[in-house]
Design a protein around this ligand. Structure first.
Ligand SMILES: NC(=O)c1ccc[n+]([C@@H]2O[C@H](COP(=O)([O-])OP(=O)(O)OC[C@H]3O[C@@H](n4cnc5c(N)ncnc54)[C@H](OP(=O)(O)O)[C@@H]3O)[C@@H](O)[C@H]2O)c1
Length: 238
């Protein structure tokens, strides 16, 4: 019962990696407050998570929505914020809106969520920001997305310095077979998985559990702060 008496806020906790982290915190005796944009995913997640969970809708591309979400939340111990919606593509081919979308949702969405947590998160608490291994090994067609992940990893270090003793760390996965990919057309998913298998040392795509266990480690370990961990099969090295 390592999370007994603890409450985690998970923005993007209604599917994939965030939902698996929520399930594990509840198994460990804790409570969760999950956020996401759609009522359908929220209802499904709350039925999986049971009575130790509550949830509120939030769209982290919208500052007012982030502020309204945190009005529902009192004191808590942990923040994990994998929720993000963005596009990517070659810079000559995408609209300005798509180009800016990773920063709008994934960078600023997490930045404002942390800001709204100050004063509510326990001084013994912890924050895990979501990044992605394109930060250290970019792919063509994802310039703003790669740079956004690099910025998040830098933000994690800066916030660890600014918010201590609250601990701040970052998880930066490779390609993970989460609901995000299951929603893509099969041919897109299979091509992406094949290319990622060829690009990492372990020659496989990661699982939601492999990332969730990294996040849980960063939440639990009381001497970890200012670090980025890469559950990426050695993608950055191959
Ligand atoms: N899966 C991978 O291969 C991979 C690799 C590297 C990094 N990541 C990062 O992991 C995160 C995605 O996690 P996942 O793979 O577990 O995907 P997922 O299963 O699609 O889960 C995404 C979660 O975030 C919520 N969400 C999406 N957009 C949101 C927004 N604008 N505001 C608030 N909540 C939002 C979704 O619910 P709603 O749709 O209802 O909003 C859902 O709960 C992203 O930050 C992504 O960059 C994923």
């Amino acid at each position: 019962m390592k999370f007994k008496g603890k409450t985690a806020v998970i923005i993007g906790g209604t599917s994939g990696i965030g939902l698996r982290v929520a399930e594990n915190i509840i198994k460990g005796g804790g409570k969760v407050i999950v956020g996401g944009r759609t009522q359908e995913k929220m209802d499904k997640a709350l039925s999986i998570l049971g009575k130790s969970a509550s949830g509120f809708l939030i769209d982290n591309t919208n500052k007012e929505s982030i502020a309204a979400f945190f009005k529902n939340v009192d004191s808590f111990d942990y923040l994990f914020s994998p929720g993000a919606s963005y596009g990517r593509g070659m810079m000559t081919e995408i609209s300005d809106e798509v180009a800016e979308s990773p920063f709008k949702s994934k960078f600023w969405g997490q930045y404002w969520a942390v800001k709204h947590s100050i004063g509510k998160i326990s001084s013994e608490g912890a924050i895990v920001l979501m990044s992605g291994a394109a930060s250290v090994r970019p792919v063509s067609g994802g310039a703003a997305y790669s740079a956004c992940n690099g910025a998040i990893e830098s933000l994690g270090k800066a916030l660890a310095t600014e918010l201590a003793p609250v601990r701040v760390n970052v998880v930066s996965p490779g390609t993970i077979d989460s609901d995000l990919w299951q929603q893509q057309p099969a041919e897109v998913r299979e091509a992406a998985f094949k290319s990622f298998c060829e690009a990492n040392l372990l020659e496989k795509v990661g699982t939601v559990d492999e990332v969730a266990s990294t996040v849980l480690f960063l939440l639990e370990n009381t001497y970890m702060t200012g670090s980025t961990l890469y559950p990426d099969g050695g993608y950055a090295l191959r």
